[in-house]
Write a protein that binds this ligand. Structure first.
Ligand code: SAM
Length: 419
């Protein structure tokens, strides 16, 4: 094990600035990467060759694992400085160790959710996500690093990755981690809309799933979340008989049935999948006087409404196989279609496969909406216990479903309105 890793075990108490932060800065200045893992150190120490280890126990993981329960205020400050220093030097907030835990997950397991350490992880995630967006933006030009003078060159240990390598690695990781609106797996054919729309669907007891793989598109256990969504759409309306509502994504029609119970004047439903449209036809949705079914992708059917003078009291968004980028495009339409006192809400599954990512996206969404003069308020809803259990548990809601798309102990229900 390297000296850097030894330091991050925080064994020598009290933990002080002089003993720990200064030493850490020294190691980082020497060129030891902030992402140097104990697995890398082992491989180097034993001069091993072979495939690189996939698990990455970084210095941040070690610190999060080692924070003493009885740390004094001064010690906490020193530990936070160490975390800051690591982030300043490119440490990864979402790298996972052998137990598939990010540093934030380690804190959560240790009961440190909501602590200052936890907030540091979330803030680093938000910064990384916003920076990644800039790196991807073709309109942003980056200055080249100036060539260093020969004589100035210091000897750097061969552990150091080049800036390009570090950027490339972090970009690759960030792309993989870009959340979907509903968390579909990377290997899932439904992770692209065009493939999803060609995938056969099946309605079965309590869920709508893809026919062959059994991926959950929508599930009955989300009823409570849909009820919260429906209530939000009518939030600012005194008389529901004068309400115009838009729902994007019919699925099992759970939220649309709830909306209908409130008798809105006009209820627009946008749906793109042929099997879902067939079901809507069978169940009489096309024949309801107040219902307008927009057949096709919202990207095609909603923009024409902008020039038709249609405005909504409530807009709900819950699709499948779409990414956060799609949602950003939707915000352009929402600002044009929402009445000044209207409410926009959405199924919030952004990053919902781990709490730290979920909280990062909670902040990112807030920042993005503020660019449109919109504010978001989140309320907390407890998902049913069975949603948190794996499919072997008797009360699991995931029985027969290929992959759970929900793993958070709390649902952050969003209500968005003009600030
Ligand atoms: C998770 S379900 C919606 C569930 C719904 N909230 C409910 O209460 O039952 C997602 C729905 O969005 C539809 N969808 C996916 N992409 C779409 C798009 N680009 N435009 C319109 N509908 C889409 C899917 O076919 C699916 O019916």
């Amino acid at each position: 094990m390297s000296e850097l890793h030894e330091l991050c075990y925080l064994k020598d108490r009290p933990i002080t600035e002089a003993k720990y932060v200064c030493k850490l800065k020294e190691y980082l200045k020497k060129g030891i990467p902030s992402t140097y893992t104990i697995e890398d150190a082992y491989t180097q120490e034993h001069a091993l060759e072979g495939p690189e280890s996939k698990s990455t126990t970084t210095p941040l993981h070690l610190i999060c694992e080692s924070i003493p329960e009885d740390a004094t205020e001064a010690e906490k400050e020193a530990i936070l400085s160490m975390i800051d220093e690591l982030f300043l030097n490119g440490a990864g907030w979402c790298l996972t160790n052998g137990n598939d835990e990010t540093p934030g997950c380690v804190l959560l397991r240790r009961g440190l959710h909501g602590s200052s350490y936890w907030n540091r992880m979330v803030d680093a995630g938000v910064r990384a996500e916003l920076l990644f967006r800039k790196l991807e933006d073709p309109n942003v030009e980056f200055l080249e690093y100036p060539e260093r003078e020969e004589e100035e060159e210091e000897e750097i240990p061969d552990l150091v990755e080049t800036v390009e390598e570090m950027e490339e690695a972090s970009n690759k990781k960030a792309k993989q981690d870009e959340p979907t609106v509903r968390d579909v797996g990377i290997d899932d054919p439904s992770s692209s809309t065009s493939t999803y729309l060609k995938t056969k669907l099946k309605y079965q007891e309590g869920s709508l799933v893809t026919d062959k793989r059994g991926d959950g598109v929508m599930m009955q256990w989300e009823e409570k979340l849909m009820q919260a969504g429906c209530d939000s759409l009518f939030r600012g309306i005194d008389n529901p008989d004068e309400a115009t509502i838009l729902n994007l994504g019919f699925g099992m029609g759970i939220i649309d049935s709830m909306i209908e119970e409130k008798h809105p004047t006009k209820h627009y439903i946008c749906e793109a999948h042929p099997d879902v449209l067939k079901k809507m036809q069978q169940d009489g949705w096309m024949d309801k006087d107040n219902v307008v079914v927009l057949k096709g992708k919202w990207q095609d059917t909603i923009p024409p409404l902008l020039s038709k003078g249609v405005f909504f009291d409530g807009i709900y968004y819950d699709t499948y196989s779409e990414h956060y980028e799609d949602m950003l495009q939707l915000f352009d339409l929402v600002v044009g279609l929402l009445k000044p006192d209207g409410t926009f809400s959405f199924f919030n599954g952004l990053g919902a496969d781990r709490l730290v990512c979920y909280e990062v996206y909670k902040k990112v969404v807030d920042i993005d909406l503020s660019n449109y003069g919109l504010s978001v308020k989140f309320s907390e809803i407890e998902p049913p216990q069975g949603a948190l259990h794996d499919e072997k548990a008797t009360d699991s809601v995931w029985k027969g479903i290929k992959r759970a798309y929900w793993r958070c102990p709390i649902y952050y229900h969003p209500e968005v309105f003009f600030a």
